[in-house]
Ligand binder design. Structure first.
Ligand code: NAD
Length: 485
C-alpha cells in the first residue's frame, strides 16, 4: 500500500480531468432523461456484464500477469471472471424482488385507505475508485449492484494496474454506452479530481489512510460514500482446532494472491501450548502440498518493487527485534521482474512490532500465542474492528461465543475469506475497516434511494395537522390523552 506522498507522480492527468467533467455531465443528462430503467433493461445490462467478463477471460489473465509479474490464470478465472459473472447472474435473478416496492403500515384511523411504501429509486451517477489488488472484481463487482439499482457509473482503476485499467476501459466501452458506464484512467491528480465531483454516491475501496481523505472530500460536497477499507483480519484457533485442516485453511488463504487480499488472514491467535504444533503443521503443509510454491505460477507477484520492499522491511524489522522468523521455503533472491516471495511465519511476535501494528498485505503470517480464550478475544477487541474475523473451533458454542463477543465486517467459522465469495452475503467493514456494503440485496440498497412514499386514499384525518387547528385536531388529542388537554 502506497502512501499518498509516494504515489506515482502524474503528468497528463489534465486531459483525463477534463474528460471526467464531460463524462459526468453526459451521464447526468442521460440519467435525467431516463431516471428509472425497467427491470428488463437492468437485467440486460447485467447479462452484458457477465458476457463481457467471460468473453475477455484470456485478456484478463494476460493483463493481471502483466501488472503483477506473475498471476495464476486459474485465480484470474475463479475470482476475477467467474466471481463477478456469477454475482451478476444472482443479481439478475433476485432483481424482481429487490425492485419491488415494500409496503409499510399506515394507521387507518389516521390515514384512512392511504398507502405507504418504500420505493427503491436509482441514486443517479455513481463513482467507483478501485484499488490494485482485484482490478476486475472490485470494479465490475460493485458495478453489478450499481447497475441493478438503476444507476450510471464512472470507474477509476488504480494507477498501479495500468494493463488491467486499459483492458477494463476497452471492454466497458465495447459493452456499454458511455452514458451508462465509463472508465477513466490516470494518476493521483485524476483520483483527487474524482473525489471533488458531486456524485450521487461514491464508492472507495483502498487503504484507511486514503479513505479518510476521501471521506473529507465527500463531506465537502455532502456526497454519500461507501468506504471499503482494510486493516488486520485475525484468525482465532481454539484449542480443539489446531490441526492439519485448520492450518491448511489459513495457509491457503494467505497464499491466495500471496497475501495481497483485504480479507486474508493477517495473523493467527493460537493457544500457547499449541504454537509449535501449528508451526510444524504449517511446515508440513508447505513441504507436502506446496513444493516450489514461491517460484511457481501459483504464486502471485507483489504488485510493485515498493510493495515488495515494504514486506521485506517488515521481516527485517522482525529479525532485528530478535523474532523467530521461519520462511516456509528457501527461495533464494527475489527476481525483481516476478517479485515472488515465500510465505514466512513469525512466531509469537510482540504486539508493538510493525507487522503486528499495520496491515501486512503480503505473505507473512504472525502466530501470536494466547493463554485463555478471553485473552484472545480481548486482544481482538483492543484493536480496530476488523474487516473480517475467523474462528476455528469444533465446538459450535465456542465459535458462537467468539462471534458474539467480537465485531467485524464479516466472519467465517472453520475457514477464511469464503464469505467474500458468496453473492448473497453483504460485504464491507465497520469502523476503521469501512462503512456501507456491496454484494447482494444490501449492495442494491446501498446504491438505491429508499424513497418513502405515501399515496392518499379516503377517510383520513390529515387536515388535522394543518392550522388553523380545529375540532379534528382536538378530537385526536382528546383520544390520545383521554380528554385531558
Ligand atoms: P491503491 O493504491 O490502488 O489505491 C486505491 C485507489 O485510491 C486507487 O484508485 C488510487 O488511485 C486512489 N487514490 C489514492 N490516493 C488517493 C487520494 N488521495 N484521493 C483519491 N483517490 C486516491 O490501493 P491501496 O490503497 O494500496 O489498497 C490496499 C488497501 O485496500 C488495503 O488496506 C486493503 O485492505 C484495502 N482493500 C479493501 C477492500 C475491501 O473491500 N474492503 C478490498 C481490497 C483492498
Amino acid at each position: 500500500m502506497a502512501s499518498t506522498e509516494s504515489r506515482i507522480a502524474t503528468t497528463g492527468d489534465d486531459a483525463a480531468i477534463i474528460e471526467l467533467q464531460e463524462v459526468v455531465a453526459r451521464q447526468r443528462a442521460a440519467f435525467l432523461a431516463d431516471p428509472f430503467p425497467s427491470l428488463e433493461e437492468r437485467q440486460a445490462l447485467l447479462g452484458a456484464l457477465a458476457a463481457m467478463l467471460v468473453g475477455h477471460r484470456i485478456q484478463i489473465q494476460e493483463a493481471l500477469s502483466s501488472d503483477f509479474g506473475v498471476h495464476p490464470p486459474l485465480a484470474s478465472d475463479l475470482i476475477e471472471v467467474l466471481g463477478p459473472a456469477g454475482r451478476a447472474v444472482y443479481a439478475a435473478e433476485q432483481l424482481p424482488g429487490w425492485m419491488e416496492p415494500e409496503p409499510r403500515p399506515a394507521d387507518p384511523a389516521l390515514y384512512g385507505s392511504g398507502r405507504a411504501f418504500v420505493q427503491p429509486q436509482p441514486k443517479g451517477v455513481v463513482g467507483n475508485i478501485v484499488p490494485w489488488n482485484f482490478p476486475f472484481d472490485l470494479s465490475v463487482g460493485p458495478l453489478i449492484e450499481m447497475l441493478a439499482a438503476g444507476n450510471r457509473v464512472v470507474i477509476k482503476p488504480s494507477e498501479y494496474t495500468p494493463a488491467c485499467g486499459e483492458l477494463l476501459r476497452e471492454m466497458v466501452h465495447a459493452t456499454f454506452d458511455r452514458d451508462r458506464v465509463d472508465v477513466l484512467l490516470g494518476g493521483l491528480e485524476l483520483a483527487r479530481a474524482f473525489t471533488r465531483v458531486r456524485w450521487d454516491h461514491l464508492l472507495y475501496t483502498g487503504s484507511p489512510a486514503v479513505g479518510r481523505e476521501i471521506a473529507k472530500a465527500a463531506a465537502e460536497q455532502l456526497v454519500p460514500v461507501t468506504l471499503e477499507l482494510g486493516g488486520k483480519c485475525p484468525a482465532i484457533l481454539t484449542s480443539d482446532s489446531v490441526d492439519a485442516e485448520s492450518v491448511r485453511q489459513v495457509l491457503a488463504t494467505k497464499a491466495l494472491k500471496n497475501g495481497q487480499m483485504c480479507i486474508s488472514v493477517d495473523y493467527c491467535l493460537v493457544p500457547r501450548e499449541r504454537l509449535e504444533e501449528f508451526a510444524g503443521l504449517a511446515a508440513d503443509y508447505a513441504r507436502e502440498s506446496m513444493p516450489g510454491y514461491c517460484e511457481s505460477g501459483s504464486c502471485t507477484g507483489m504488485i510493485s518493487a515498493r510493495h515488495l520492499e515494504r514486506i521485506q522491511g517488515l521481516l527485517e524489522d522482525a529479525l532485528a527485534r530478535g523474532c523467530d522468523v521461519r520462511p516456509l521455503e528457501d527461495a533464494g533472491d527475489v527476481d525483481p521482474a516476478t517479485r515472488q516471495l515465500p510465505i514466512s511465519l513469525v512466531i509469537d511476535p510482540p504486539d508493538d512490532l510493525a507487522l503486528m501494528q499495520e496491515e501486512i498485505f503480503g505473505p507473512v503470517l504472525p502466530i501470536r500465542a494466547y493463554d485463555t480464550l478471553d485473552e484472545a478475544i480481548d486482544h481482538v477487541n483492543a484493536g480496530e474492528r476488523p474487516l473480517a474475523l475467523y474462528v476455528f473451533a469444533k465446538d459450535d458454542a465456542v465459535a458462537g461465543e467468539v462471534l458474539r463477543r467480537t465485531t467485524s465486517g464479516g466472519a467465517c467459522v472453520n475457514c477464511a475469506a469464503v464469505h467474500g465469495a458468496l453473492p448473497s452475503l453483504p460485504f464491507g467493514g465497520i469502523g476503521q475497516s469501512g462503512s456501507g456494503r456491496h454484494h447482494g440485496v444490501e449492495g442494491f440498497r446501498e446504491f438505491s434511494n429508499p424513497r418513502g412514499v405515501f399515496i392518499r386514499g379516503e377517510g383520513d384525518l390529515i387536515e388535522a395537522f394543518a392550522p388553523p387547528y380545529g375540532p379534528t385536531a382536538q378530537a385526536i388529542a382528546d383520544a390520545a390523552f383521554g380528554g385531558a388537554t
